[in-house]
Unconditional design. Structure first.
Length: 325
C-alpha cells in the first residue's frame, strides 16, 4: 500500500479509501491510484479487511449427498445467488452424518473464515443420531427437518405429491401406486406423506410402497414389480429419475404408457420433457430454493429474523398420463 501511495503521489489513507471503494475520493485521484495498483500488481488483503470489518464475505455449505440431482441443482443456485450478492462459497462435504463429522465440518468452515452456513443434508439422521449443530455461526437448513431453531427453506414437498395424486385420481384411476425415495430422506418422507394422506382423504386403497434410492435403476426394479400386477394403472414416482426406470420396466413388460398405466414424476428435470412418452411431473424451483436460502442467511447476518419458507410446486402435464384404459 505504501508503494502504491508513493507511485500515485497520495497518502496511504487515500489508497485505503480507494481499495475499500469509499466515495470520498475524487475521480481523478481514484483513477491515478487504480493505475498505480495495476502497475505494481497490488491487491487488497481480503483477510485483513475481514478482520477489520468483521465480515468475511464467505458462505459455507455443508452437504451430504453430492451426487443427487436435487442437491447439485440447489448447490448451483446457492453459488449463483451468493456470487450475485458478492459472497464466495466454501463447500464442505460430510461423508457420514454423526456428531463428530458435523462438528469437524463446522470447525473447518470456521477456519476458512465464513460468515454463516447453509446445511443441505436431507437425511433423517440429522435428527435421529442426536446430532446437535454447534453454536457460533448463523445457520440456514435446506430440505431437512424443522426440529431445529434455525430457519428452514424447503420445497412444498407435501403439496407437490398431493397435486400428483389428485391429477391421477381426477383422470379416473381408482388408486395410485408409489415408488418412494430413501427411507432416511426428508423430501422423500414429505412426498410419501402427501401421497398417503391424499389417497386416504379420497377414501381410496393405500397400496404397498416400493422404496428406491433416487436412481433410475431402483425405479426400474420397482417398476418390474408393478408391471407384473395387472391391477396397477397409475404410478407416482418420488423423482423423475426413478420414473424413468418405471417407464422402461413398463415398456419391457408390454404395459403401454399411458394407455394402460399412467406415470407421474417429481422434479421436472430438463430431460423429463424428452422421455418417451414425455413425463408428467411436479416442477420444483431449485432457483427459488437456492435464492431463498442465501437471502435467509444474509437476513440473519443483518440481524434480521427470517421466516421458514416453503417454495411452491407446480404440476406439469405431459403425455405419460391419461384416463385408465
Amino acid at each position: 500500500m505504501a508503494d502504491v501511495a508513493a507511485l500515485a503521489g497520495v497518502s496511504g489513507q487515500t489508497v485505503s479509501r480507494v481499495a475499500n471503494n469509499r466515495s470520498n475520493v475524487d475521480a481523478t485521484t481514484r483513477a491515478r491510484v487504480r493505475a498505480a495498483m495495476r502497475e505494481l500488481g497490488y491487491r487488497p488483503n481480503g483477510a485483513a479487511r475481514a478482520l477489520r470489518n468483521g465480515e468475511f464475505r464467505g458462505i459455507g455449505v455443508i452437504v451430504f449427498e453430492l451426487s443427487t440431482f436435487g442437491t447439485t441443482r440447489v448447490l448451483d443456485e446457492i453459488a449463483t445467488a451468493a456470487t450475485g450478492r458478492g459472497y464466495a462459497v466454501n463447500l464442505m462435504p460430510v461423508l457420514d452424518i454423526n456428531q463428530r463429522a458435523v462438528n469437524d465440518a463446522f470447525t473447518r468452515l470456521s477456519a476458512q473464515a465464513v460468515d454463516g452456513v447453509i446445511i443441505l443434508i436431507e437425511a433423517y439422521l440429522l435428527d435421529e443420531a442426536g446430532v446437535q449443530l454447534p453454536h457460533g455461526l448463523p445457520v440456514v437448513i435446506v430440505d431437512s427437518s424443522a426440529h431445529y431453531d434455525y430457519p428452514v427453506v424447503d420445497t412444498d414437498q407435501f403439496d407437490g405429491a398431493r397435486q400428483a395424486v389428485v391429477h391421477l385420481l381426477e383422470l379416473g384411476h381408482r388408486t395410485v401406486h408409489h415408488v418412494g425415495g430413501p427411507r432416511t430422506s426428508y423430501p422423500a418422507a414429505h412426498r410419501r406423506r402427501g401421497w398417503e394422506q391424499t389417497l386416504l382423504a379420497a377414501g381410496r386403497e393405500l397400496p404397498e410402497i416400493h422404496f428406491g434410492d433416487w436412481t433410475a435403476q431402483s425405479g426400474y426394479e420397482a417398476g418390474c414389480l408393478l408391471a407384473a400386477d395387472p391391477s396397477v394403472t397409475a404410478v407416482f414416482a418420488a423423482n423423475d429419475q426413478m420414473a424413468l426406470g418405471v417407464l422402461r420396466a413398463l415398456h419391457e413388460h408390454q404395459r403401454e404408457v399411458p394407455a394402460q398405466v399412467s406415470v407421474v414424476g417429481f422434479d421436472d428435470m430438463e430431460e423429463s420433457a424428452h422421455f418417451w412418452p414425455p413425463l408428467t411431473t411436479i416442477r420444483q424451483s431449485f432457483a427459488d430454493l437456492g435464492r431463498h436460502s442465501v437471502e435467509s442467511l444474509l437476513t440473519i447476518l443483518a440481524a434480521g429474523e427470517p421466516q421458514p419458507i416453503a417454495v411452491p410446486t407446480e404440476l406439469v402435464v405431459r403425455s405419460s398420463t391419461a384416463p385408465p384404459g
